[in-house]
Design a protein around this ligand. Sequence first.
Ligand code: ADP
Length: 392
Amino acid sequence: MIILSINAGSSSLKFTGFDMPSEKVLISGVFERIGIDGSFYTIKLNGEKIKKEVELKSHEDAVRILTEELVNYNIVKDLSEIKGVGHRVVHGGDKYADSIVIDKNVTDTIRELFHLAPLHNPANLMGIEAFQEYIPEATAVAVFDTGFPQSMPEENYLYAVPYEWYEKYGVRRYAFHGISHQYITEYMQKFLGKENVNLITCHLGNGSTIYSIKDGKCFDTSLSFSTNSGLVMGTRSGDIDPFVVPYVMKESGMSMEEVLNTLNKKSGLLGVSGVSSDSRDIEDGIKEGNERCILAQKLFVNRIVGYIAKLCCPLKKVDAICFAGGIGENSIMTRKQIIEGLSSLGVELDEEANNVRGEFKLITKEGSKIPCYIVPTDEEVMIARDTYKLID
Ligand code: ADP
């Protein structure tokens, strides 16, 4: 059975076509710069990458071209062979702990939550509507980034603010990135041969999050109300004192929008280093002795170490600490610095084992109190699995 896994952003649409339940990837690719000059798409198939420049006025154009290409490249003879389309949806509020077949109620809820995820949910909905037009027979499924962390207990998702803010305005910690953390959790459940795993899962990429997993369920996270909370990220500040915002507005004359934009797009590794948001550039800067790159990396690593320590304590016993995402899977230096920072927890790095990129591997010594693993994540297959499960 063929299932498409879709991640629609504001100007992009990523897709992966799976044969299920074998989970074999048949085709994948991305449409970029939708609605912007210079749009194009790339398709990966049979180890080849094909790039085509084409005008993409909307997500609908992208989906129309995708459906044509699926036939052109013989992935399907007829679109009716596509039985399911799984959509990544960033915000499900506190309505959806699990993935769900999309009907009008679901699209209405995604729309109602626009104010909580103004950058993401409208784009996700555009993707859903475009597929409903071109492949209406396929079962459409919403897989929420906020779904897996819905199991957080009240004391972990509430803020210490007037309780009415939660009741009236939905002010609480939602956390995001749940699809990736769920994948890592399920991977480790299989690997460790038990359901009730206790883990610390670190997804470190442009956007970064850490979850604690207790008895196989999300217990706490670094991410909070918005996607700009918790860890230092590529361009996002992560946690800051909220009173910094009005202070900077007053001192600089910037509007609230400008300050928030700076916290989202010009902070993090980029803001501190003044060089780049990309951890590879930061590593290069460190090698050249660039002081600000060294400082940015210290902030990045210290925040991670602090969150791991904070999230470990309530678990009592931790079965494993896992590293995923572009940085978690590939940055030998960052993993080394994090694990060294955790030495008071009795975690001991195996330098030689850590000298790898992008493969599942134990990277701590045998005597380490908590074993650490690289666990390459796969959000696309997680979306396809949930979609497959929900098809009658
Ligand atoms: P996103 O959050 O956009 O999905 P990714 O998970 O793709 O991001 O991670 C992107 C980050 O991973 C970038 O900072 C990039 O520099 C980093 N990265 C990718 N490959 C390497 C590498 N070989 N060494 C260090 N960092 C890497």
